[in-house]
Design a protein around this ligand. Structure first.
Ligand code: ATP
Ligand code: MG
Length: 424
């Protein structure tokens, strides 16, 4: 059909099978995160543009070219959220979650929006599950967050995700490193892509993250942050690694993990899987002890965001098919249509998923429809069955067809109690 209105580029419709997968991942995440004491929050999809401009930082890809920004009817500049951390911190500072004392442990899920070049695993509207621990600065928090993430992949049956960790230092040691990196970059400037040449002044750490092959080559021999860490940062990072090891979480130190966002400090990490190809990151996160200051507050924090579409691509769905109907109830004769409705409602009251024909089709057509719905069994109700209080049950997987009394049927399929003495 040639229709005249189509979805916006990079914005996808998520059909029933994929929605089931997203839902499954979200439900599992909710269960898993709650084992560590995290609680779900829901945050706005629209925020003042300034929140991201400050909270994510000028010079990042997101702020420079990926945001969906527009003015509302009052002329206020709003942005569709490209990520959740800035909002979570804003909510923490604004909503007084800090007043509850201790570390605020929260998570959220929902759509994020970035104006990117759409390709496999990269969309303009995509879904993230984000988790944040705000109010704790110690390395044990980092280790718990990374452990939780790593275990989540195991729980989802994805065992080939690798956890890469790095430290980005703090305001006392990063500037020294930054200068050493800038000196190095200026020496190799003619080998860098035009984007990276610009990054030397705006956000030099981002050059480490550039995917352009010639930039990667030029970066061979570049100084790494780790050898510039101050004593406190060094101690923090080794404690994180020590606790991860004690927890049995395998991680690899990768100096190339820099994150695009300026507010990150100390621990940064990524979960990658080779099966994803170029878009290899399935989750990424880190510590953001200097994000709150951008909003006039003061609170350390650490968190991650996981890409739901990318995790769904990695999971084995064959063994977790989306559920279909338990029964299809077919009417063999016009007189059995009303009894079919009644039977279907009784089954639904017993929490069975039931389909019936709503178009008054022939029995043959109903059987065809039943097959298409994927129902495990068809129940056929005709004049004979109504007279004798029986049902015909056809099992689609075995092909067997049997006649049972209605009572027997409800007992064996709906767990209704066996008749006690004196009944029937
Ligand atoms: P990438 O390097 O793939 O652009 P990123 O560093 O921009 O990722 P983050 O901002 O850290 O990504 O987001 C965390 C996760 O969200 C990513 O690891 C990925 O799984 C997912 N993600 C990010 N951008 C997209 C997108 N445009 N489409 C689908 N998933 C995405
Ligand atoms: Mg990106």
């Amino acid at each position: 059909m040639s229709i005249s209105i189509r979805a916006i580029r990079g914005f996808r419709d998520i059909g029933p099978d994929e929605a089931y997968r997203h839902r499954f991942i979200e439900d599992q995440a909710r269960d898993h995160f709650s084992l560590y004491g995290y609680r779900e929050v829901r945050l706005p999809i629209l925020e003042p543009t300034e929140l991201f401009a400050r909270g994510i930082g000028e010079g990042t890809d997101i702020v420079e070219k990926e945001m969906y920004t527009f003015q509302d009817r009052n002329g206020t500049s709003l942005t569709l959220r490209p990520e959740g951390t800035a909002s979570a911190m804003r909510a923490y500072l604004e909503g007084g979650w800090s007043a509850q004392g201790g570390i605020a442990k929260i998570f959220y899920h929902g759509p994020m929006f970035r104006y990117e070049r759409p390709q496999k695993g990269r969309y303009r509207q995509f879904y993230q599950i984000g988790l944040e621990a705000i109010g704790g600065a110690g390395p044990l928090v980092d280790a718990e967050v990374i452990t939780l993430l790593s275990r989540f992949f195991n729980k989802m049956g994805v065992d080939d995700v690798r956890i890469l960790v790095n430290s980005l230092g703090c305001p006392s040691c990063r500037p020294v490193y930054r200068q050493a990196l800038v000196d190095f970059l200026e020496g190799v400037e003619e080998d860098l892509c035009s984007n990276c040449v610009r990054r030397i002044t705006v956000n030099p750490l981002r050059v480490l993250d550039c995917k352009v092959p010639s930039c990667r080559e030029a970066m061979d021999g570049a100084p790494g942050m780790l050898s510039f860490l101050c004593a406190d940062c060094r101690e923090h990072f080794s404690k994180v690694q020590e606790v991860l090891e004690a927890a049995g979480v395998v991680s690899t130190v990768d100096p190339g993990i820099v994150r695009g966002l300026d507010y990150y400090s100390r621990t940064a990490f990524e979960a990658v899987c080779d099966r994803l190809g170029a878009q290899s990151a399935v989750a990424a996160g880190g510590r953001y002890d200097f994000l709150a200051a951008e909003m006039g507050g003061d609170a350390p924090g650490i968190g991650f965001a996981l890409g739901v579409e990318r995790l769904a691509m990695l999971m084995d769905w064959e063994s977790r098919p989306s559920p279909s109907l338990d029964f299809f109830v077919a009417a063999a004769t016009p007189a059995s249509r009303t009894p079919v409705l009644r039977l279907a409602e009784r089954l639904r009251a017993a929490s069975k998923a039931v389909g019936i024909d709503l178009e008054e089709k022939s029995l043959k057509a109903q059987m065809r429809q039943a097959g298409k719905t994927g129902a495990a069994r068809v129940i056929i109700l005709g004049d004979d069955e109504m007279r004798s209080g029986t049902l015909q049950i056809r099992d689609f997987t075995t092909g067997n067809q049997e006649t049972v009394t209605e009572k027997e049927f409800f007992r064996s399929f709906c767990g209704e109690p066996s008749p006690t003495k004196g009944e029937s």
